[in-house]
Design a protein around this ligand. Structure first.
Ligand code: FES
Length: 163
């Protein structure tokens, strides 16, 4: 092998090494970026997983249901005047329930479970009432803590939160 060929091979080798090194660096950066994303706190204020400011008490009429899509809950102001926040996840297999105002019910499109305005099961297969989120009212503002749904068998008056 003459000197020129040796030099050419070395150059190719060096080029390949540099290429592999660069790819490794890019992969490392991607892995680091993805890891940092996963390590971020999951509870973001104002979104599902955190505390959501729903609005002023006076902006929710009695017997109303207001959907908070990003918070994944419905805020109910019952006819008794108290507030209740229910998770939009069906207690059967987890599909998203819809509020049907004309029928005055939550309806699950997957297997046709129905729930009344308090989230109580009216039609199975859902085994229990819709889960709730903690509600707090401070200075006339309703806050819903979506960090952890609370299971319940059925609605009880003590679950309502009053201003
Ligand atoms: S998931 Fe809602 S009824 Fe089955």
């Amino acid at each position: 092998m003459n000197d020129r060929k040796k030099q050419e091979q070395l150059t190719r080798r060096n080029f390949l090494k540099m290429g592999i090194g660069a790819l490794g660096a890019v992969a490392l950066l991607e892995i680091t970026g993805v890891s940092l994303l996963y390590m971020q706190p999951r509870s973001v204020e104002g979104a599902f997983g955190g505390i959501v400011e729903a609005g002023r008490v006076a902006s929710f009429p009695l017997s109303s249901v207001t959907e908070f899509v990003n918070g994944r809950f419905y805020l109910i102001r019952a006819e008794e005047d108290g507030f209740l926040a229910v998770y939009h996840r069906c207690t059967h297999l987890g599909c998203t329930v819809n509020w049907q105002a004309n029928e005055n019910r939550f309806f699950c499109p997957c297997h046709a479970s129905e729930f009344d305005i308090h989230g109580d099961v009216q039609n199975p297969p859902a085994p229990r009432a819709l889960d709730t989120f903690a509600v707090a009212i401070e200075d006339g503002i309703v806050y819903v803590d979506t960090s952890g749904p609370q299971k319940r068998g059925e609605f009880a008056a003590e679950q309502l939160v009053y201003a």
